[in-house]
Design a binder for this molecule. Structure first.
Ligand code: ASP
Length: 305
């Protein structure tokens, strides 16, 4: 039994491990762990308290994948629901689809009995406003809804933005089944409707019991364009070690145009329970916990520039 997560997943890792210790599945563990991160208002990159889009609206992306059946569920550009990971799970369980976006995802959430909630905290609203003030004149800020060329502000705000986030959870339960989950408020100050890698199976998330699982944080466009999470698993299938699989997946970023060069990190787990994490930024970490451990351990990611 093991849980591997991005470092901001630490708040949920004990709960996830409790699920596994109690005989729960990897899917139950991933959902339980991620829900606690989504509810943590201190985390400005996931769920409640997430940094909003350019218009000040919190838009969430999430996905979950069952490595036993390769079934998956995802939601994108979802507004007004605190637990996109649970809605993603319901998409997997209740529909013959993988991904629901925007109003359709919200309709489905209501249908499944999820409660609406305001996700923009005062702290996140202030951060949003401060950031926009630095990048645009007061007259534009005062009428953002009616701004005819909203697109021009994406790059300008982004240039001065703070680092990313997103939470990744990978779990392997007592039966050897693997599940991967990702939840995020996405890139801060994004163009409304922008969807990142997190809800895209193969880009930000992938799990296959036969080989392993991987999930990403960072500039989602990089993972979308190179199919990062699936690449890691495919490299495992081809017989590479976990470390070599992660390095190879990150190699692909060198081919991307400058516009898409940014920070990208991966957590990975193979079918035998080996774990590793990778980043093209120095000094980043991840956490893991096995069934025998009382506390999670935080380890450095392999630096693969
Ligand atoms: N990967 C997320 C996205 O691009 C954001 C992040 O991890 O910073 O939406």
């Amino acid at each position: 039994m093991i849980i591997v997560a991005s470092t901001n997943g630490k708040v949920g890792i004990w709960a996830a491990m409790e699920v596994l210790r109690g005989g729960g599945t990897a899917i139950d563990a991933v959902e339980a762990g991620i829900r606690l991160v989504e509810s943590n208002p201190e985390d400005t990159t996931v769920g409640l308290g997430g940094i909003p889009n350019l218009l000040g609206e919190v838009e969430l992306d999430a996905s979950i994948m069952d490595g036993r059946t390769l079934a998956a569920g995802a939601v994108a550009a979802l507004r007004g629901y605190e637990h996109p990971i649970s809605i993603a799970r319901k998409v997997m369980e209740e529909l013959p689809h993988v991904l629901l976006a925007g109003p359709g995802a919200e309709r489905f959430a209501a249908e499944m009995g999820f409660e609406r909630r305001e996700l923009l905290t005062e702290k996140a609203r202030q951060t949003w406003e401060e950031q926009l003030r630095k990048a645009m004149p007061e007259t534009v800020l005062a009428n953002l809804e009616g701004e005819p060329a909203l697109r021009q502000w994406v790059q300008r705000v982004r240039e001065s933005r703070r680092g990313g986030g997103t939470v990744n959870f990978l779990a392997q339960d007592a039966d050897g089944n693997i599940c991967a989950g990702v939840s995020t408020s996405g890139q801060g100050w994004k163009y409304p409707g922008r969807v990142g890698d997190s809800p895209l199976i193969g880009a930000g998330n992938y799990a296959d019991n036969r080989y392993g699982a991987a999930a990403c944080t960072g500039l989602g466009e990089m993972a979308i364009l190179t199919g990062t999470a699936h690449s890691v698993v495919l490299y495992l299938k081809m017989g590479l070690s976990l470390e070599e699989a992660g390095r190879q997946a990150m190699e692909d970023f060198h081919a991307l145009a400058d516009l898409y060069q940014g920070a990208l990190s991966i957590v990975a787990l193979d079918k035998d329970g080996h774990h590793a994490a990778f980043s093209n930024r120095e000094g980043t970490t991840y956490v893991y916990m096995t069934g025998e451990m009382d506390e999670p351990e935080e380890l450095p990611r392999v630096s693969a520039a």
